[in-house]
Design a protein. Sequence first.
Length: 497
Amino acid sequence: MEIEFVSPGAVEGEPLSAIAAPAFENQTLSAAAEALDGLSGGALSRAMGSSRFAGEKDQTLDLVAPAGLHAARVVLVGAGARGKLGDLGVERLAASAYHAVKTSGVSTLELRLGDLSDEQAARAALGVRLAAYRFDRYRTKERPEKKPSVVKVRISCTDPAAAAAAFEPLAALGDAVSFARDLVSEPANVLYPQEFARRVKSLEELGLEVEILGEAEMTELGMGCMLGVGQGSIRESQLAVMVWRGAADPKAAPIAFVGKGVCFDTGGISIKPAGGMEDMKTDMGGAAAVAGLMHALAGRKAKVNAVGVLGLVENMPDGNAIRPGDILTSMSGQTVEVINTDAEGRLVLCDAIWYCQERFKPRAILDLATLTGAIVVALGDELAGYYSNDETLASNLAAASTSEDELLWRMPLHKPYDKKLDSLAADVKNITGNREAGSVTAALFIQRFVTNSAWAHLDIAGTAWKAPPGSPTIPEGATGFGVRLLNRLIADHYEGR
Ligand code: BES
Ligand code: MN
Ligand code: ZN
């Protein structure tokens, strides 16, 4: 999709375009909408008055363009209370306008959203980009009229050149979110560990350093837990290491991100029930978010040193698979008794985190994982649970979460539950043996592998995938959750310091 910034009135509409303008609560028109209303002899206010459109957020009223306007359609977009539209509001407004006309047949969408600041105009562009994401690679028979017709979005704003400049880092972010969404959407027969690694390797084009370790290297390193998870799969496990050096001092300690990349989670020998098992193609959502973040940092040339480590495996039942009761030796040296082979994410993370700490000595380490069904029960699909051993990191995450509307809820690392992970046969077992506080005990398991660095764990099992209907900027399906959040965390708290 092409995005263009223009001064108000620079283009007088065109036959195959839709013009979108805001309206506020109680059916009051914005200045931009009033101008259109004037040109069309009051047709817009009449249409609005005879409809249920009230100007509330996310509401739209899509009309055939009245005589007097050089356009095919006009869309009134609800903006809520006048003057209360923040950056996120502009994104959402633009996204709603896009959805109202995306399959109407128009090829251009003109956004006349009023006197937008450069940043807001750029945000409108991001909103449309995020809204227009769809994963249709495997749909060979979709009827043409179901496909989006809009190919160009024109945004009027006070300073088009400045808006275009402000859009550059946001365009990088949008590309990164799409990259992460694609990874999560791909089925596991296409996106297995080596294919995931190949896609990550291709990010070298952006200036990232990418290393891929295979099973031989991981054996050498002693990553028995991570390798144990993958040993029932015919696909080779991979560890992807991505490095971005953007800080003034390329040797300064990086901030590190570790992602769970279980390309498919059958549960292994502790096999999952059939119903809904197809969703387990998304069990690499943590790795996808980290890869997306690294894409964003490189794409906008962030002034920070960051590393991303992805543990890429497939969890399958097989003659060679790990069994309940097996004892694995992690890279840290701690032995782990596997009580349930479906609690595999923590086995992947414990080695990936250890490797990351040993090699990079990061200033802070964050892991992202679709780790537990328990967090979905607790928080649903709109909030991710997070855990942290560091108050500054925790409050920075909370602030970033609010700024980007990727919602987080802090969960407790409740120390007394930790002893439930003690094993009779090994140093630790991978589950407690009951479901109580399942997301908490999973976090406590991971904490046993965290040295004394500032650490946060994000359980994104609920938020990586959105059931229909989705929201304006997050269509149903893969959300890319985490990319925006972490990109903001870095921009606001780690960049240039
Ligand atoms: N990948 C799942 C968690 C999950 C559940 C992700 C729902 C996305 C949606 C994880 O590997 C898992 O199977 N967890 C088990 C842990 C249990 C065996 C202690 C769970 O949550 O049931
Ligand atoms: Mn599992
Ligand atoms: Zn899993």
